[in-house]
Write a protein that binds this ligand. Structure first.
Ligand SMILES: N[C@@H](CCC(=O)N[C@@H](CS)C(=O)NCC(=O)O)C(=O)O
Length: 212
């Protein structure tokens, strides 16, 4: 069966790898699965054909035979469960890696998204300047303990796992803000993720949409 994912026809970031199809591409590359990409416009994402795949009208989606999935956490977990390379064999280590996946999307990503929204969607509001430092501090409230837990380790719990893939993907969105650099071990952690050959292939594939 051919795996097909969806991605933005024109990503707002112009190929910086911040759209969430990149983390799915990365997982597919890590586990050595080839895939096809169906590009969707913003308008098409809200039409019935796409809503049948993704009830919230977003990207990415994942199709493999009769199976359709949405939510990057779920898609990466599905790939990690079915293919070697993203989850440890030891049951306890596996459970901890899955915990880090949830921590990435449930605990860390919301604060980072709030910061992106504060800048992109609320930047022109009269109260925006006053609110921004509060939003930035809520990001720091997540990064501080994450940085403390990572310490000088390469990855969050032993070998690289789907937990790291999700956490690095979430943290990547902070790069333009400069906040990540306040935590040198987290900046180095993200750089380690970006240096992985599978990430490089995923990044190049999404960038190719813009460079032709
Ligand atoms: N929690 C979802 C979020 C998906 C999401 O926000 N996708 C963005 C692209 S990165 C999107 O489709 N935005 C357009 C929209 O919401 O209309 C996931 O991790 O898959």
């Amino acid at each position: 069966m051919t795996i097909t994912i969806t991605a933005f026809e024109r990503s707002p970031d112009g190929g910086k790898g911040l759209a969430r199809d990149t983390r799915v591409r990365w997982a597919l590359e890590e586990v050595g699965q080839s895939y096809e990409v169906r590009l969707v416009s913003f308008a098409a994402m809200k039409e019935p054909a796409h809503l049948a795949l993704h009830p919230f009208g977003q990207i990415p989606t994942y199709e493999d035979g009769n199976l359709t999935l949405f939510e990057t956490g779920s898609i990466v977990f599905h790939l990690a469960e079915r293919h070697a390379g993203l989850l440890p064999v030891d049951a306890d280590a596996r459970a901890r890696a899955i915990t880090w996946m949830f921590a990435a999307v449930n605990t860390v990503e919301p604060a980072i998204l709030e910061l992106a929204n504060a800048k992109l969607l609320e930047g022109n509001k009269s109260w925006s300047k006053e609110r921004l430092p509060l939003v930035q501090d809520r990001v720091r409230d997540r990064l501080r303990p994450l940085s403390a837990r990572l310490g000088d380790a390469d990855w969050l719990d032993g070998a690289f796992s789907a937990g790291d893939l999700m956490m690095v993907s979430v943290l990547l969105r902070l790069k333009p803000s400069g906040i990540l650099d306040e935590y040198p071990n987290l900046a180095a952690y993200v750089a380690r993720g970006e240096a992985r050959p599978a990430y490089q292939r995923a990044f190049a594939a999404q960038l190719a949409l813009y460079t032709g």
